[in-house]
Design a protein around this ligand. Structure first.
Ligand code: PEP
Length: 269
């Protein structure tokens, strides 16, 4: 693991109820107590790991209160491009901050494939998050067909480039300050049980860092690049051992407290 402080984020997607969400958050907080993150944070030290839960919007406010005394942080699964107005069904970045949310996933492949998020729209969401003081987690990744065609790096660079070009220098500084991160999530690995090999993932992560580095070298060296796509206890350690893999974005396994906590431990070790 590189010296950057790793992040593990649990993306709960469209799962759970108020009751199961509360129970899962409490179980994860208790499980992580063994990693001794809480006292370190209370002492004002940097804990060895950042752990985020990304529940459905409606549970954010309640979970923010529930986990306030723990080391857990909250992220949303999406955010509106717009700040306010006649945009039925949208949730603005400032509203997320208002309820205690500090991170937001942008450009998840399910939003891109099912809800029309183009590269440009994703860039708009990253900007909205930065304006509101949130930390965006920008998801990028290729489909199976793109991978088979040998286009992985072309696709990932394009997805990144559109966002990087949308940022002016002030926004690049905000992205650094607010610790924007990138999640490399090969679409063919999400929810399928298939995982990129650590070496394949590392090659893409290194390319992501190099692409960001062509825009801003300081931002690139501090940038956390997470891997996502069927991460489980059985593969987490090998993935997280790679030089440019700075943690994970976890879907299915994040719904199982024990599995998720073990993945966090693998990132912290
Ligand atoms: C995800 O949805 O971001 C994800 C990585 O899911 P899974 O871990 O289930 O593949």
């Amino acid at each position: 693991m590189a010296t950057r402080r790793p992040i593990v984020a649990g993306n709960w997607k469209l799962h759970g109820s108020r009751q199961t969400s509360r129970a899962l958050a409490v179980a994860v907080a208790e499980g992580l107590a063994g990693i001794d993150l809480g006292p370190a944070r209370l002492r004002g030290e940097n804990p060895p790991l950042e752990v985020l839960l990304c529940p459905p919007f409606v549970y954010l406010a309640e979970l923010a209160e529930l986990v306030a005394a723990s080391h857990l942080r909250l992220g949303a699964q999406d955010v509106a491009v717009e700040e306010a107005g006649a945009f039925t069904g949208e949730v603005a970045a400032a509203m997320l901050r208002d309820v205690g949310c500090r991170y937001v996933i942008t450009g998840h492949s399910e939003r891109r494939a099912l809800f029309g998020d183009t590269d440009e729209r994703v860039a708009g969401k990253v900007l909205a998050a930065l304006r509101a003081g949130l930390s965006p987690i920008l998801c990028v990744g290729e489909t199976r067909a793109e991978r088979d065609a040998g286009d992985t790096l072309t696709v990932v660079r394009r997805q990144l480039q559109v966002v990087l070009e949308a940022l002016d220098s002030g926004q690049v500084s905000a992205a650094e300050r607010q610790m924007m991160s990138v999640a490399y999530e090969p679409v063919w690995a999400i929810g399928t049980g298939l995982t990129a090999t650590p070496a394949d993932a590392q090659a893409v992560h290194a390319d992501i860092r190099a692409t960001v580095g062509r825009r801003d070298a300081t931002m690139a060296s501090a940038l956390r690049v997470l891997y996502g796509g069927s991460v489980k206890v059985s593969n987490a350690k090998d993935l997280f051992a790679m030089q440019d893999i700075d943690g994970g974005l976890i879907g299915g396994a994040a719904l199982l407290a024990g599995e998720f906590v073990s993945i966090c431990k693998a990132a912290a070790s």
